[in-house]
Design a binder for this molecule. Structure first.
Ligand code: SF4
Ligand code: SF4
Length: 447
């Protein structure tokens, strides 16, 4: 690793920069690799979320600065910003900025789901297919989210704020920046409040996000936004199905039409993901817990397309795949030691391009047409009375609190950290104030 890569990586770690696309993977690890291509994932294909396009609209220079730093760190010869061509007003501006930077270009993507799946983006940008069970680095690519690169453009500056979109059943949907650790209720109040009496929300977007009802839950560094919906909205009901329910319904209803597989984006990349076969195993799985030991879900990226779009019976093959992965983990089986790991190079499906699912159709299928509004940028400077900084905001080992109750902290101070030899990075105070409650899950700071 060059001196620059080592320093850049150190800065990312000390600043607590994590993947802001939702996953929260510590970014310093990506900066330590070597890659030919550095890709900016600006596809943002989760319906109704807008934060990446707003960051590119209002702070494009910083995203390009972050990309240049990343390219230098990993030795990339080419930087590519992948953005949907529907952003017609934004793209000429990005192309203009790219012209002034070395070896950076803008790639226009179709408006399909999941264009933002990093393995799909790698294929669109480079023509390369990530091997089954592999990562983009295996084919010379490093992929970063827009906000991650924005954060990377301020070397060593602690991540204390995050960009979010609040959309759906709120009075004034908006995209804005807030201190990490405020509650989602506060975020909704900044958007004028709810428009429905009994709301729930999907944290992270309608497709891959998680249904939540606790609006007191804190915003974290990797938060991208929420979609608020009435609790009885079919999407909330479907995504909240318990394992006994989707198992019972799936066992009795799946007719093995295989549409779930035929539209699966990873199957279309040539990976051996076959949700209909996982469903078939479900039909024959017995015992009180109906453990699922099908290997055909091991490469599922959990995009939800099969459950929320493809299945004509309204079944839940995605959850079947997630359950199968979890049941196989108990047996210590992952893709690498499965019988599906043949070592053969994947062949992209010849009709892949014709099976891309347009986001407009997806929004209809999800029942979100009435909620599909713009969420314009709002320049809000919100000063919360208190914040709750979660110790687990990244993939890896959770932080341990490094402050004590009653202690005074300044904005940007480290309040939790992980040992240097473990995967993870520190979390910081997002406001100045006195430390309130401290436990293994969070540190509270009162302004
Ligand atoms: S699409 Fe639905 S009904 Fe068809 S095989 Fe898949 S889960 Fe079964
Ligand atoms: S959620 Fe369904 S469509 Fe998406 S990768 Fe998994 S099996 Fe394929």
């Amino acid at each position: 690793m060059s001196d620059f890569s080592a320093e850049f990586s150190r800065n990312l770690r000390s600043a607590g920069v994590v993947g802001a696309g939702g996953a929260g993977f510590p970014s310093y690890v990506k900066a330590q690799g070597r890659a030919e291509y550095a890709l900016v994932n600006a596809a943002e294909c989760e319906p109704l979320l807008k934060k990446d396009q707003k960051i590119l609209e209002y702070f494009p220079g910083k995203v390009f600065d972050g990309l240049e730093l990343l390219m230098r760190a990993v030795g990339a010869k080419k930087g590519i910003v992948g953005i949907k061509k529907k952003h017609e007003r934004l793209i000429p501006r990005l192309e203009e900025i790219a012209k002034g930077r070395k070896n950076i270009s803008v790639l226009k993507l179709g408006d399909y789901y999941p264009a933002g799946d990093e393995q799909c983006l790698v294929l669109e940008a480079t023509g390369r297919v990530v091997p089954p069970g592999g990562i983009p680095l295996d084919v010379g690519c490093v992929v970063c989210n827009v906000e991650t690169l924005y954060n990377a453009a301020f070397p060593g500056r602690p991540v204390t704020e995050t960009f979010i979109t609040v959309n759906g059943a709120v009075k004034k949907p908006a995209t804005f920046r807030v201190p990490v650790g405020i509650t989602w209720r506060e975020a909704v109040e900044l958007c004028g409040g709810f428009t429905v009496k009994d709301p729930a929300y999907i944290d992270g977007g309608p497709m891959m996000g998680k249904v939540m009802t606790d609006f007191e839950a804190p915003v974290v560094k990797a938060s991208g936004g929420i979609v608020v919906l009435p609790k009885n909205h079919p999407l909330i009901v479907k995504k909240s199905q318990s394992r006994p329910v989707f198992t019972r319904v799936g066992r009795s209803t799946c007719d093995q039409c295989s549409f779930c597989t035929e539209f699966c984006p990873r199957y279309l990349l040539g990976h051996n993901v076959q949700p209909h076969r996982v469903m078939r195993t479900m039909l024959f799985s017995g015992g009180p817990e109906h453990k699922l030991h099908s290997q055909y879900g091991l490469l599922c990226c959990e995009c939800s397309l099969c459950s929320l779009y493809s299945c004509p019976e309204g079944l839940n093959p995605r959850e079947a795949c997630v359950s199968a992965k979890s049941d196989l983990r108990e047996l210590k089986m992952g893709f690498k030691n499965s019988t599906l790991n043949t070592g053969r190079a994947p062949q992209v499906h010849p009709v892949r391009d014709f099976r891309k699912v347009p986001v407009s159709k997806l929004i209809k299928r999800l029942g979100l047409e009435d909620y599909n509004k713009d969420a314009p940028w709002a320049d809000i400077s919100y000063k919360p009375a208190k914040v709750k900084i979660l110790m687990s905001q990244h993939i890896g080992v959770p932080c341990s609190p490094s402050v004590k109750e009653g202690q005074r902290v300044e904005k940007g101070a480290v309040v939790g950290d992980v040992p240097a030899d473990k995967l993870g990075c520190p979390v910081h105070a997002s406001i100045s104030g006195a430390v309130g409650k401290v436990n293994e899950k969070y540190v509270e700071i009162i302004a």
